[in-house]
Ligand binder design. Sequence first.
Ligand code: EPZ
Length: 421
Amino acid sequence: MQYFEVTGGQRLKGKVTISGAKNSALPIMAACMLVDGETSLHNVPDLADVRLMIDLLARLGVKSHRDDDGVLHLEVRDEKNVHAEYGLVSKMRASVCVMGPLLAKRKRAQVSMPGGCAIGDRPIGLHIQGLTALGAEFELRNGDVCLQSKQLIGREIFLGGPFGASVTATANVIMAATLATGRTVIESAACEPEIVDLAEFLNASGARITGQGTPIVTIDGVDSLKGTTHHVTPDRIEAGTFIIAAAITNGDVELVNAKPEHLGAVIDRLQRIGVIIERCKAGMMVSSSRRLEPVDITTQPYPGFPTDLQAQAMALLSLADGNSTITEKIFPDRFMHVGELNRMGAKLRKEGPTVIIEGVKNLIGAPVMASDLRASAALVLAGLVATGTTQIRRTYHIDRGYERIEEKLTGLGANIRRLSE
Ligand code: EPZ
C-alpha cells in the first residue's frame, strides 16, 4: 500500500501548470456516446477517475486511445450494452453521467445506484426526476436504475434539490435533451464552469444549448450530433488547492493555465485571510503575508465557495490568528478530515454542519489517514507546513483527482515522497 511522506517547512516557490478539470472531462467523455464519429479531447488529465471512465465506456462499446500528444480520442463502435454495473459505479459516482447519453442515444440505460461515500449520502433522485420528465419510463431493479424511452420529449423541468442544484443531474438532463424532440428548459440548473464546458462541447458537436452557466438552461433537440475536437477547461479545484498550498507555506507561486474567473468566491475569502492573489498573463500569482486573518466560510453551489475546497481551506484556517468557522451546506457530513487535522495539533470542533476553528501557532507532523479525495489534499497541505514529518495513507484517494501531485509539489520545493509499506 502506498503512502505519502511529507516533511514540513519548505516555502513553495516557482511555477505549476494546472491540469484539465476532472469534473468537466468525466461528463464530456460520457457525452461522446451521443455523437456519431470520433471525438478528440485535449487537456484531459491522467487520473484514476479518468481511467475508470475509459474502462466503463469500453464496456459500453466506446473505443478510446490517447495519442502521443496526450489527446484522448473516443469513438462509439457498438451500442448493444447499456448496463453500467455496480462494480464500477460504486468506485466512481461520476459513472452516473452515462445515464443521460445512453437513454437518449440507445433508448435504454441500466445504471447501478451509486450508494454513499466518505462525504455522505449521494442520492440520484434529481437525475431520475429530470429524465422521467423527458418521458423516460423508470424502474428500480436489483439496485439498478432502469430507464427506457422510444423518443424523449422536451419540456420545462425544475431540477432544484434540498441542497440547491445538482451538477451531474444537470449534466445528465442536458445531455439527454440534446437528442429529445422539441425544447427543454431546465430551471434551477447547476451553474458550475464544468456545466458550461460540457454545453460548449455539445454545441460544437451540433447541439443547440443556451443559458449554460445560469440557472435557466434551454436545449432545442436535434436529430444527431457529430464528433468534434474540444479542449477541456482547467481544473478550478486543483488551482484552488495550489493557491492554498502557496498560502499555507507562505510561498510565492505562479499558477499556469488557471482561470481566476472560475474562483471568485475563493479569491474573495483568501484575500480576506491575507493571501495576495494577482492575475498574470499565464494565470495567477499567489503569495501570502505571514499573519493569516480568521474568516467565516460557507460552502454553496457555484458561484459560491466550492465544497471541494472546504477541507483545504480548513487546513489553512487552522493556522489563522483567531477563530474561524466553516459551514458545509452541500455535503453536511463532509468532515472526515477534522479528526485527522486535530491529530496534527489543529483545534477544530464540529457543531452540526459547522466546524469552529481555533487558530494555532503550528501543526505537528503525524501519521494520518486520507478518507476522500479532497480531505487527502487537505492533509498534504497540512503536512507541507507541519513541524516534522507526516505520513498520509490511502494515497489512492488523492490520485483520483490530482495529476502527479507529488511531482508538482516537489517542483515547487516541497519535501514530499510517495513510498510503499
Ligand atoms: C459534483 O458531484 C462533483 N463531482 C463533486 O466533486 C462536487 O463536490 C459536487 O458536484 C458539488 O459541487 C463531479 O462533478 C463528478 P451534486 P455531484 O449532485 O454532481 C444533493 C470531487 O471532489 N443531491 O451537485 O454528485 C447531494 O446529496 C467531487 O471532485 C440530491 O439531493 O453533486 C448534495 O447534497 C466530490 N439529489 C447536493 O445535492 C440528487 O439527485 C449537490 O450534489 C443529486 C444530488
